[in-house]
Design a protein around this ligand. Structure first.
Ligand SMILES: [Zn+2]
Length: 412
C-alpha cells in the first residue's frame, strides 16, 4: 500500500493523508490549516475514490468544497448535520459533495479497502478513528481523541481490548508539549464555572466552540447547581436538537433552566429556510429570552457564546463587571489569523477592568500519558506522528516511531 501525507505531519490542523492500492485511493480528512504558514495542497489535482472525514472540525473537513462534486465523502450523519447548520446560519450554500454516512464499528468497503470507524471521545461530537485494511495491511488512523471527556469509556475500551496486528498507527500528538493539568477533565471545568457564576452580580458569558457538547453539559450542570439560567443561541439550540438522535441525556432548549436567545440575524435565517429547520422556529419561540429580560435580571444568566459573539458582551460591560469565562484553547488569543474572528476582542478582555476574565477549559486531545497508554495497547509495527508540532519528540515517548514529512511517499 502507498502512503502519502499531503499535510499534517508536522502541524496541528490541515490534515490530509492519502492511502492507495493499485486500484483505489482514499483520503483521510481534508482539513483547513489553522496556520497561515502552512503548505498549500492543490485539491483540484487530488482525484481520490473516496474521502473519509474523521470529525466535523474545520481542520479536518474544511477543504471538501474544493473537491469534484462526484467524489464520495464519508462522514458521520450527526457531524454532517452540524456542518450543514453552520453553513445555513452563516448564509452559505450547503456543500454539494456526494455525502455518505457510516456507523461506528460497522465495516464497509471502498474499492480495495475495508474501513471500520471507531467512535472516539473528542471535543467534537461524532468523532472517529478509522481502521483501514487492504493489501494484507492494517492501518489505524487515530483522528483527534482524548481519554478525559464525558465519553472516556470509549478510550478505556480501545485500550482495554486493543486492535491487534496494526502495521501502521497514525497517532495525533496535539498535546505533546501542552499541559492539561490545570483542568484535567470536564468536572474540573464544571466546578470552575459554578464557582464563577454562583455569586455573580451581572451576567456571565461562557466562550466556547458550540460543537463542544461536553462543555454545554458542564455549563448546564453548573447552572443547575447555582440556580442560574443557561442561555443558548439558535445555533446551539439547533445542535442540541440534532443530538436527540443519539442521546437523551444531553440538555436541550426544552429542559428546565434553559432559554434561547435569538439574534435578529439568526431569526432571519430560520425564516429563510423553513425547508431546513422545519417547525424549529415555531418551537423555539416558547423558550426565547429577550434582551430586555436578560438586562432586567442579568445576574440570573449564564450566556453560552462563541468568540465571535463579543458584541453582546460589550452591551453588558458596565457598573458591575461581567464574567467572561473563556472555555477553549488559550492559544487562539495569541494567533493573529482571520480564521479566529473575535480573538482580538477576547484577548483585550484579559486586561479590561469591567471584565472578570476567567479561564476554564480541558483539552479536546489526549495527554501524553494517555497517548502512551494508547500506543502501548495498540502496539503498532510502525507509529507515524500526525497533528503535532513536535513529531521529533515522539521517539522519546513511543516505540517504533517513523517520522515522515508532508509530501513524502512510502510503500507499506
Ligand atoms: Zn484537529
Amino acid at each position: 500500500m502507498n502512503v502519502l501525507i499531503h499535510r499534517g505531519a508536522s502541524e496541528i490542523g490541515g490534515t490530509c493523508i492519502q492511502l492507495s492500492t493499485e486500484n483505489t485511493t482514499l483520503l483521510l480528512d481534508l482539513g483547513l490549516p489553522l496556520s497561515n504558514e502552512s503548505n498549500s495542497i492543490d485539491v483540484s489535482n487530488l482525484k481520490p475514490d473516496a474521502v473519509l472525514i474523521s470529525h466535523p472540525h474545520q481542520d479536518h473537513f474544511g477543504l471538501i468544497d474544493l473537491l469534484a462534486p462526484d467524489i464520495p465523502v464519508y462522514i458521520g450523519e450527526l457531524g454532517k448535520r452540524l456542518i450543514d447548520a453552520t453553513r445555513v446560519l452563516l448564509g452559505k450554500e450547503l456543500h454539494s459533495n456526494d455525502f455518505h454516512h457510516f456507523q461506528s464499528w460497522q465495516p464497509f468497503r471502498l474499492g480495495d479497502f475495508t474501513v471500520t470507524p471507531y467512535l472516539v471521545d473528542h471535543s467534537a461530537v461524532d468523532a472517529y478513528g478509522f481502521l483501514i485494511e487492504a493489501d494484507g495491511k492494517r492501518i489505524f488512523y487515530s483522528g483527534d481523541f482524548r481519554a478525559h471527556g464525558r465519553k472516556a469509556k470509549l478510550f478505556d475500551s480501545m485500550v482495554g481490548k486493543p486492535l491487534k496486528d496494526i502495521d501502521l498507527l497514525f497517532l495525533e500528538g496535539t498535546m505533546i508539549q501542552r499541559d492539561n493539568s490545570e483542568f484535567p477533565n470536564e468536572s474540573d471545568v464544571e466546578k470552575k464555572i459554578f464557582e464563577t457564576i454562583r455569586h455573580q452580580e451581572n451576567i456571565s458569558f461562557l466562550i466556547f466552540s458550540s460543537q463542544n457538547i461536553d462543555r454545554v453539559v458542564s455549563a448546564y450542570r453548573a447552572c443547575l447547581h447555582a440556580r442560574k439560567t443557561l442561555v443558548i443561541d439558535i445555533y446551539t439550540a439547533w445542535v442540541l436538537e440534532q443530538l436527540k438522535l443519539v442521546s437523551d441525556s444531553t440538555p436541550n432548549m426544552e429542559w428546565d433552566l434553559v432559554r434561547v436567545y435569538s439574534s435578529h440575524g439568526h431569526d432571519e435565517k430560520l425564516k429563510e429556510h423553513p425547508d431546513f429547520f422545519g417547525d424549529f422556529r415555531k418551537r423555539v419561540y416558547k423558550y426565547r429570552v429577550t434582551k430586555e429580560e436578560l438586562t432586567a435580571s442579568s445576574a440570573d444568566f449564564l450566556y453560552l457564546g462563541k468568540m465571535s459573539s463579543f458584541k453582546i458582551i460589550d452591551l453588558y460591560r458596565g457598573a458591575k463587571p461581567v464574567n467572561v469565562i473563556y472555555s477553549q484553547w488559550l492559544g487562539y488569543l495569541a494567533v493573529s489569523n482571520d480564521n479566529f474572528y473575535g480573538a482580538e476582542a477576547m484577548a483585550s478582555y484579559r486586561s479590561d477592568p469591567q471584565v472578570h476574565f476567567v479561564y476554564a477549559h480541558t483539552s479536546g486531545h489526549a495527554t501524553v500519558e494517555d497517548l502512551k497508554a494508547y500506543a502501548k495497547a495498540m502496539n503498532p509495527k510502525m507509529l507515524v506522528p500526525v497533528h503535532t508540532e513536535h513529531g521529533a519528540l515522539f521517539a522519546q515517548n513511543f516505540q517504533n516511531v517513523t517520522q515522515i514529512t508532508d509530501g513524502e511517499r512510502f510503500l507499506l
